[in-house]
Design a protein around this ligand. Structure first.
Ligand code: UT7
Length: 330
């Protein structure tokens, strides 16, 4: 039997801005403290893109340029750029278009994909499906968010959690059995009330009133999101393992969305995985939304071995959630 055509990740790039926003900085801005933030979320600091005139596309370009350098790749060889983000440079055109222009990837078509914190998984699965058609050879999937552009730094419910960053992967075809094996993706729009931006869309266009009411900032009702996230991320990861008769012993690494250390703990527990097999960098970067998972892959790249089974798992606004099983290809 011939091995099916699959997509494998053949390179990873990442970028986080230099400016750090620590828990101690936040103590001076809102009624919070380092102890509370660390014990409730696991976060100590996050990165903020401070430079005026810089946007999500600039972070994405930096992450992708690392891939181009590592692979000695000409931007003209890229077939497609899929950008997962909730903080596009502009409402339109898509940030993927802007990234393509800044990179000089003139042969690539591109589009943005909005699935909030699950955006990277949704985009990875989409890119992988394009590769499996046999028509595309090199696809960039980038998860990027400049969360600082939609955070109200007087709202302690959100400002302690989010940070800025970008992570990207290159997808290429393979028939060696490695690469992306399967994904289970889920959406439930009834969750939109708990995590959203109220104004600036077609429902409630931006106006002086909406800005005065701070409705252009991200709103989160943390507790219900937390409950859905714990259940959603753990359930879908367990479902993916069961579907393929895998157990925690078969898995080399869990790569979870970094929203809250307690959600990560619950997911690892449910999968029967010790914490040594879980990628965690939430303490340094906070929740970078679409960038958390590729930023973990970026940081752990040198520790990964060919053939390692990885489970990528996410939960986010929408609600959206999902898990992907892949075999590391290099
Ligand atoms: O990534 C996309 C999906 N998002 C998530 O997965 C996030 C899910 N939610 C969470 O991670 C958590 O709900 C938060 C970290 C946002 C909040 O943690 P929590 O344990 O759910 O806190 P809470 O909202 O239930 O508040 C507990 C207490 C309250 O005080 P009382 O009523 O018990 O006296 C809050 O007023 O902590 C208080 N509190 C704070 N105290 C210090 C809430 N926020 C803060 C704060 N600093 N920043």
């Amino acid at each position: 039997m011939s091995t099916p055509l699959r997509a494998s990740i053949t390179a990873v790039g990442g970028y986080v801005p230099e400016t750090k926003l620590t828990n101690f900085d936040l103590e001076k801005m809102v009624d919070t403290n380092d102890e509370w933030i660390k014990s409730r979320t696991g976060i100590s600091e996050r990165r903020i893109l401070k430079e005026p005139g810089k946007a999500s596309s600039d972070m994405a370009v930096k992450a992708i340029e690392e891939i181009l350098r590592k692979k000695h790749l000409d931007p003209m060889e890229i077939d497609c750029i899929i950008c997962a983000t909730v903080t596009p440079d502009m409402v339109f055109p898509s940030t993927a278009n802007i990234i393509g222009d800044k990179l000089g990837a003139k042969n690539a078509f591109g589009f943005d994909l909005g699935a909030a914190c699950s955006g990277f998984l949704f985009a990875l699965t989409t890119g992988s499906n394009f590769i499996e058609t046999g028509r595309y050879k090199k696809i960039i999937v980038v998860g990027v968010d400049k969360m600082s552009s939609i955070i109200d730094y007087t709202d302690r419910a959100t400002c302690i959690i989010f940070g800025d960053g970008a992570g990207a992967v290159l997808l290429e075809p393979t028939t060696d059995g490695l690469g992306i094996q399967d994904s289970i993706l889920k959406s439930d729009g009834s969750g939109r009330d708990y995590l959203h931006i109220k104004a600036g869309g077609s429902l409630k266009p931006a106006s002086v009133e909406t800005v005065m009411a701070k409705e252009h900032y991200a709103f989160q009702d943390g507790q219900p999101v937390f409950k859905f996230a714990v259940k959603g991320m753990a359930d879908v990861s367990a479902e993916l393992l069961e579907k393929h008769n895998l157990t925690g012993d078969d898995i080399a690494w869990l790569v979870p969305h970094q929203a809250n250390l307690r959600i990560i703990d619950a997911t690892a527990n449910r999968m029967g995985l010790p914490m040594e097999k879980v990628m965690i960098n939430i303490q340094k970067y906070g929740n970078t939304t679409a960038a958390t998972i590729p930023l973990c892959l970026w940081e752990w790249e040198t520790k990964l071995n060919k053939g390692d089974n990885l489970i990528l798992a996410a939960f986010g606004g929408g609600f959206t959630w999902g898990a992907t099983w892949l075999k590391w290809a290099y």
